[in-house]
Design a protein around this ligand. Structure first.
Ligand code: GAP
Length: 548
């Protein structure tokens, strides 16, 4: 197992053991790629999302918020292009039956050997036999790896006998191989819509389908499928695959009720749903996830300036909560990567254990969405600027369709990023002077689930009562404090290191005499004695010193 995989496994294990993330419906065997955020995970996620809301809405005069329905009018998805175009190209491996996304598959270079790596020798023997029969060739097996294939041109590979440079046979392939086995024996690509479909209202879709099938028994497969599609279409609704569209649909309501002047933004955060086939890397890509998106409406022609502005702002925001800011970068999209609605785009990427990958997209979406929704709905989704000259007529007053810059971040993906960034292992001496490993989650104090743990040294002699009173003082000040009396004090410190609590306050027998408690810093493990009456202010100051 690679070191990177080991780190991921440790983070996954800690997340479960300490109540951050559980497999969904675990007692029923779990639901693939769905996760539940446990008692600490929900705090961490909310802290990330609240910080985003604070920086994107509360601290900005020109941005307003929105909380739209997850289920919207189906025409929204027709207009946005999601119904027609929101699909992944899927491919099956003809040998292992592995199904994967073509656009995410590894691409070997010309001259590269293609080694088909099986799970074990038995599987390798079975696959070798199957390939040899299907393609009338002979392969070499080296343990659990099948050898003898090489890329000879962009979309061609050859079978080679050992120590022979001339291929015995040449085959076409799409230029990529399957991600798990490295197999070039692949089906054609099929398109697959990523939106979850449901039915709305008192409809019996199954009954209607049964009636249609019964009345049209003679149709061939394609015509039957088309017919059924038509039957369900009238009552079909979709779980939103992005939060963005509601901001376009509510553009006029938000602009007019709040008298917003361009440039201005509408922000929304919440659940989105995609029927992802390749769910991967724990919560990185899941079917149900949370997004934090903002549509920033600008004057046509100014989009480049605003794209650069939001790219820098968003990168700076992610870095501001990180222990390792250099692990965040931005990458400009190549022309062939751009979505159909964008004239430019940046990805903010993070260095995950498997390499740099997307965390947020900052796209220049042109006027595509507003124009499409205007076309499909008939609403006038434009903006009138009395102070500006119309560039075409030369007269004062310009009506135009705004261009849009969209910073679109994943909240659950951000949570994964900060779990990885926070995970630290340190070698420390235990009470007997032996080396042990301390695991500490160095969350930014603003993101940490608990800000301070209040620990009575023992569960008697009036110490719990003093501790509970201190907890109440913190709660009154709006600081999330956790009362904790279980296990020996050393164990409690370790537990709070593992959940990233920045400070622990310990109440001991001397507290009754001197009205002081011991404050312990998570990162330095330094301890000092402070007066109880100053505890809230001291912690408040420490938390605000860690301000962005
Ligand atoms: N409105 C544009 C939009 O949705 P996107 O790149 O598809 O763009 C934006 O999504 C962000 O949402 C991504 O950068 C990622 O952080 C997050 N995201 C997208 N699909 C996800 C999934 N299946 N699981 C977790 N997060 C996802």
């Amino acid at each position: 197992m690679s070191d990177d995989q080991k780190i991921m496994d440790k983070i996954i294990s800690l997340s479960k053991q300490r109540g951050f993330i559980f497999q969904s419906s675990e007692i029923y065997g779990g639901l693939k790629s769905a996760y539940d955020y446990g008692p600490l995970g929900v705090e961490l996620k909310r802290n990330i999302m609240n910080e985003w809301w604070r920086s994107m809405v509360h601290e900005r005069e020109e941005v307003v918020g929105l909380d739209a329905s997850i289920i919207m009018h189906p025409k929204v998805w027709e207009a946005s292009g999601h119904l027609a175009g929101f699909s992944d190209p899927l491919v099956d491996c003809l040998i292992s039956k592995e199904r994967f996304r073509a656009d995410k598959a590894p691409v070997p270079a010309i001259g590269d050997l293609i080694n088909v790596s099986c799970n074990d020798k038995g599987q390798a023997k079975a696959y070798k036999e199957e390939i040899e029969i299907k393609f009338d060739v002979s392969l070499h097996r080296n343990g659990k790896v099948l050898e003898g294939l090489k890329v000879i041109e962009k979309n061609k590979f050859g079978f080679f006998q050992k120590d022979n440079d001339t291929p015995t046979k040449i085959f076409d392939f799409p230029g990529y191989v399957s991600p798990t086995f490295g197999s070039p024996f692949l089906s054609d690509e099929k398109q697959f819509n990523l939106m979850f479909r449901s039915q709305i209202g008192a409809v019996d879709a199954l009954g209607d389908i049964a009636n249609f099938v019964n009345d049209n028994k003679d149709l061939d497969k394609a015509a039957m499928k088309k017919g059924i599609e038509k039957v369900v279409k009238d009552s079909a609704v979709y779980l939103r695959p992005e939060t963005a569209q509601a901001m376009f649909v509510q553009f006029l309501n938000c602009q007019q009720t709040m008298s917003m002047k361009i440039p201005f933004g509408i922000a929304q955060m919440g659940k989105s749903f995609r029927n992802e086939i390749t769910t991967e890397h724990y919560i990185f890509r899941s079917c149900e996830f949370e997004q934090m998106e903002m549509e920033f409406f600008v004057e046509p022609g100014t989009q480049k300036k605003w794209l650069d502005y939001w790219r820098d702002k968003r990168l700076e925001w992610w870095k501001s909560f990180a222990n390792y800011p250099d692990n965040f970068i931005y990458r400009k999209h190549e022309k062939d990567e751009l979505a159909h609605y964008a004239d430019a785009c940046y990805d903010i990427e993070y260095k995950y254990p498997w390499g740099f990958d997307e965390l947020e997209g900052v796209a220049s979406r042109t006027d595509y969405d507003l124009k499409k929704h205007a076309e499909y709905s008939g609403a006038k989704l434009s903006y009138f600027d009395q102070q500006k000259e119309d560039p075409e007529s030369g007269k004062m007053g310009w009506r135009y369709t705004p261009y849009v810059i969209e910073p679109a971040a994943g909240a659950t993906r951000g949570l994964l990023v900060y779990l990885i960034d926070a995970y630290h292992e340190e070698s420390v001496k235990d009470a007997k002077g032996n080396d042990t490993t301390r695991v500490v989650m160095k969350f930014h104090p603003k993101l940490a689930p608990f800000k301070v743990a209040i620990l009575p040294l023992i569960k008697k002699d009036g110490l719990p009562e003093i501790a509970r009173k201190i907890v109440a003082d913190f709660m009154k000040a709006g600081i999330n404090a956790k009362y904790d009396e279980q296990h020996a004090i050393g164990k409690r410190y370790r537990r709070h290191d593992e959940v990233g609590t920045p400070y622990c306050l310990t109440i001991d027998n001397d507290t009754k005499e001197d009205n002081c408690v011991t404050i312990r810093d998570r990162d330095t493990m330094q301890q000092e004695r402070i007066a109880i009456e100053q505890a809230v202010d001291i912690i408040k100051k420490k938390l605000s010193q860690s301000n962005i």
